[in-house]
Design a protein around this ligand. Structure first.
Ligand SMILES: Nc1ncnc2c1ncn2[C@@H]1O[C@H](COP(=O)(O)OP(=O)(O)OP(=O)(O)O)[C@@H](O)[C@H]1O
Length: 233
């Protein structure tokens, strides 16, 4: 599924955070959106998946404009969000989470557990007994069981220990290689590069530039105009 966002304006109440975002994620590729704290990254993924109603602009999935549709309609069209902060239910076990989320399709519980074996070992553990990394794996598993064609991930490695963050990024990279379209929000360029084909730099409510992963590897200073202040904070 190809995502094409044009002129997207969104915000809260009278305030506008996104002032006309343009980006595209061709089918089977991964785009990372990089920006400082408060740049509007979460606002962007929420506007794409229908949790926030855009003020203007279009969000096209394979040509169909879903801007302004409620989140459940966007989900039905094949969009899943792995939200920032993971949001697993404290009192439900891993197995219950998986059972509740499951929709018919190519992603089955056994297939998800093959990708994320740690969850299989933790099947009987409740949400509040999981480590941060395990909760993140569970959030990804739940998203996959909705049979997405576009996967949105909001800082999936935030707060994780290095080895777990590496594992989560490896899983996301594997999903992208497997043909899923991925839009990923990140703060660290090196994390984005572990997964993405292209990187969009979000600043002042617009995409200031988009670079291929190869361009960014060759010249890491390309992110400076957008991230420099944050890295010195
Ligand atoms: N529910 C809300 N109501 C009002 N303002 C909000 C709300 N959520 C976010 N904002 C504001 O919108 C701006 C963008 O926030 P957003 O969460 O999209 O940024 P972000 O790039 O995801 O930041 P972070 O990296 O810290 O998660 C910020 O100024 C924030 O304070």
């Amino acid at each position: 599924m190809t995502l094409l966002v044009e002129g997207l304006r969104a915000g809260y109440g009278g305030g506008t955070v996104l002032h006309g975002v343009d980006l595209s994620v061709p089918e089977g590729t991964a785009l990372a959106v990089l920006g400082r704290n408060g740049a509007g990254k979460t606002t962007l993924v929420h506007a794409v998946c229908g949790l926030l109603r855009p003020k203007a602009g279009s969000v096209r999935l394979d040509g169909e404009d879903l801007a302004g549709r409620p989140a459940h309609r966007v989900a039905r069209a094949g969009v899943a969000l792995v939200p920032q902060g993971r949001r697993v239910f404290a009192s439900l076990t891993v197995a219950e989470h998986l059972r509740l989320t499951r929709r018919k399709g190519e992603w089955t519980v056994p297939r998800v557990l093959e990708l994320l074996p740690r969850l299989g070992e933790r099947r009987r553990h409740r949400g509040d007994q999981l480590s941060g990394g395990e909760a993140q794996m569970l959030a990804i598993a739940r998203a996959l069981l909705t049979q997405p064609r576009l996967l949105l991930l909001d800082e999936p490695c935030e707060g994780l220990a290095v080895d777990l963050a590496d594992r989560v990024r490896a899983v996301v990279a594997e999903l992208a290689r497997g043909g899923l379209t991925v839009l990923l929000v990140e703060q660290q360029p090196e994390h984005a590069l572990a997964v993405a084909d292209r990187v969009a730099l979000l600043a002042d409510g617009v995409v200031a530039a988009t670079h291929t992963a190869a361009e960014l590897r060759a010249d890491p200073t390309l992110t400076d105009p957008v991230l420099r202040v944050a890295s010195h904070a």
